[in-house]
Write a protein that binds this ligand. Structure first.
Ligand SMILES: NC(=O)c1ccc[n+]([C@@H]2O[C@H](COP(=O)([O-])OP(=O)(O)OC[C@H]3O[C@@H](n4cnc5c(N)ncnc54)[C@H](O)[C@@H]3O)[C@@H](O)[C@H]2O)c1
Length: 255
């Protein structure tokens, strides 16, 4: 039997990047998977990939409360009752790194997608998890949220810090109901988007310096993150909650 046979999973922002790899990994382990994503183009591309066959896609802008409510209603009507939630949608949205250049609007956009969307999705699925006495919530934190960043700004670092702290509190509150909550905190993962951004913002010498600061001497892959998420999502991880797991090749460590 596959690890996640019989489990139903929701993954946000998952028609591309890390989320897509997570959705594909959970589907390969037997889970029934639903994906929420804003981009029609990404959904079209992703839904044609063999590893995403059988995955259900809903197009929704997760910065919009009403659209989240409507999407969750559609999913409920389609018979989805979620055992596992992956709050993956997020990012720095390419807002300025310099603190004084980040506007209120930049802060609001980054907070809305990284924090508020996760709050709304969690609020939508957690009553069902409590009723059934079982749930796995996995949030995407970041090395930036754990240790700060030379690359993204204070708004993103603060947003991921909030997601990580919320993880601890959800673990406290819902542990007695059979629901665990953990966070996976990746370092730079070389998706095509990050690859493009790094080559725009760093010289080859700077890039070599970054690589030398990673003990395993390679950048992360989407599969590294998907594997960590799959572990937290499994039945076997039932005694682990409120944990922030660094997936960064040792570039940031805490004891
Ligand atoms: N890529 C990295 O190196 C890295 C490192 C640390 C943490 N993370 C975190 O991992 C998560 C995924 O990162 P990524 O780089 O794969 O993301 P990404 O920017 O590549 O986006 C992935 C998907 O999210 C969708 N999306 C974006 N905005 C949306 C919205 N408003 N509503 C619905 N869908 C939306 C996009 O259409 C895309 O398909 C984020 O939370 C990010 O902060 C990423």
């Amino acid at each position: 039997m596959k690890n996640l046979e019989g489990k139903t999973t929701l993954v946000s922002g998952a028609a591309d990047g890390l989320g897509e790899a997570i959705a594909a990994r959970l589907a390969s382990e037997g889970a029934r998977v639903a994906v929420l994503d804003r981009s029609a183009e990404a959904i079209e591309r992703s839904s044609s990939r063999p590893e995403m066959s059988g995955v259900h896609f809903e197009q929704v802008d997760l910065s919009d409360a009403d659209r989240i409510t409507a999407a969750m209603t559609r999913l409920q009507e389609a018979g989805f009752a979620f055992d596992i939630l992956i709050n993956n949608a997020g990012g720095s949205l390419h807002t300025p790194r310099a603190f004084v250049e980040e506007t209120d609007e930049d802060w609001a956009r980054v907070m809305d997608l990284n924090v508020t969307a996760a709050v709304r999705l969690t609020r939508a699925v957690i009553p069902g998890m409590v009723e059934r006495g079982y749930g796995r919530i996995i949030n995407l934190g970041s090395k930036a949220g754990r240790y700060g960043s030379l690359f993204t700004g204070a708004n993103y670092v603060a947003a991921k810090g909030a997601v990580q702290s919320m993880t601890l509190q959800l673990a406290q509150e819902f542990g007695p109901h059979g629901v665990t909550c953990n966070a996976v905190c990746p370092g730079a993962i070389l998706t095509p988007r990050v690859e493009r951004l790094l080559s725009e913002r760093q010289s080859p010498e700077e890039r070599a310096g970054v690589l030398a600061s990673i003990p395993v001497r390679r950048h992360g892959r989407v599969e590294d993150v998907a594997a960590a998420v799959a572990f937290f999502a499994s039945d076997e991880a039932g005694f682990i909650t409120g944990q922030l797991l660094d997936v960064n090749g040792g570039q940031g460590m805490a004891s």
